[in-house]
Design a protein around this ligand. Structure first.
Ligand code: ADP
Ligand code: ZN
Length: 293
């Protein structure tokens, strides 16, 4: 196998890598601006690499919602994303036409879930999920070693779950108010706290309902997917490391003694931080690209 190009198209930044699944050999990062400018920059980077060594495929891990079903007429086209200028952008078509290579496409969170499954915290777990709690809340889902697509792709961040007693924050999702993203994303926390979440001390009781909401999400994923591992990453979770243990501590109560394998001790092995960190997305893009060979 020659090398593969991976593109992680993020809401704020884009990362382009050259390598093979499990090994990144070169990396380039730039801000995500308009579709034209961002995709042209990615194309120029990959052409530069390809001039010195052959490449076999491209893998794209994209923010969404984007059509990932290969047989759909609008495959690779950005759907109703709130990101200005991107709705309707032909991501896969533009890249495939300019680079003339087989192209694989998945969502950023599915790609990160695949990378953690193959090389990180969810190794040896055929059924797993990857949660990012960042600018939004996204959940990638891997079942039997493959990312889940279906009608579109899972959008678990927009599920509404039972609220913590006494918590009346209206939520910040423009579509649903108090869906999980509307309660847990960085901007939602800023609205909930009235200040940047980085300025709220770890022991502050303001975090209590946040931990409770994350626990609901984790319990729901255990009950629906029977996930063997749930990797919890993203800017909020990574920078507030007290949050995941606080959520895990609330899970036995939420599960009410159900799911006999989920003892408090087992839950700390099932719900874990990421291993790959910032490499999960780009590494996942390489896995998605290799899937086209
Ligand atoms: P993205 O989701 O765009 O990939 P990140 O995963 O880095 O980005 O998450 C960005 C979010 O993390 C922002 O909403 C920001 O407010 C939040 N954030 C950054 N630093 C902290 C912190 N110290 N504590 C809590 N949240 C933070
Ligand atoms: Zn929502």
């Amino acid at each position: 196998m020659n090398s593969i190009a991976g593109i992680e198209l993020g809401g704020t930044k884009t990362v382009v890598v050259r390598g093979r699944p499990g090994a990144i050999a070169a990396r380039e990062e730039f801000p995500t601006t308009t579709p034209e400018e961002t995709l042209s920059r990615a194309i120029a980077t990959i052409r530069g690499w390809r001039d010195s060594a052959p490449m076999d495929a491209i893998g794209v891990a994209s923010f969404g919602p984007i059509r990932v079903e290969r047989t759909a007429a609008d495959f690779g086209i950005m759907l109703d994303t709130p990101k200005p200028g991107w709705a309707g952008a032909d991501v896969a078509g533009t890249l495939a036409a300019a680079l003339d290579l087989p192209l694989g496409l998945d969502t950023d969170v599915n790609a990160a879930a695949l990378a953690e499954h193959r090389f990180g915290a969810a190794r040896d777990c055929p059924t797993s999920a990857y949660i990012t709690v960042g600018t939004g809340v996204g959940v990638g889902v891997v079942v039997n070693g493959a990312a889940v697509h279906g009608l579109m792709h899972p959008e678990v961040g927009h599920v509404r779950l039972r609220r913590a007693a006494g918590d009346h924050f209206a939520g910040a999702c423009p579509f649903h108010g108090d869906c999980i993203e509307g309660l847990l994303s960085g901007p939602a926390l800023a609205a909930r706290f009235g200040r940047h979440p980085a300025t709220v001390a770890p022991g502050d009781p303001a975090w209590d309902p946040v931990a409770r909401d994350l626990a609901e999400l984790l319990a729901m994923l255990l009950l629906t997917l029977s996930a063997q591992r749930i990797v919890v990453g993203g800017g909020v979770s990574n920078r507030q490391p007290h949050l995941l243990p606080a959520a895990i501590a609330r899970m036995p109560d939420l599960l009410g003694g159900y799911l006999r394998d989920c003892t408090p001790e087992a839950l700390t092995r099932i719900c874990v931080p990421p291993v790959l960190g910032d490499d999960a997305g780009p590494m996942g893009a390489l896995v998605v690209g290799a899937g086209r060979l």
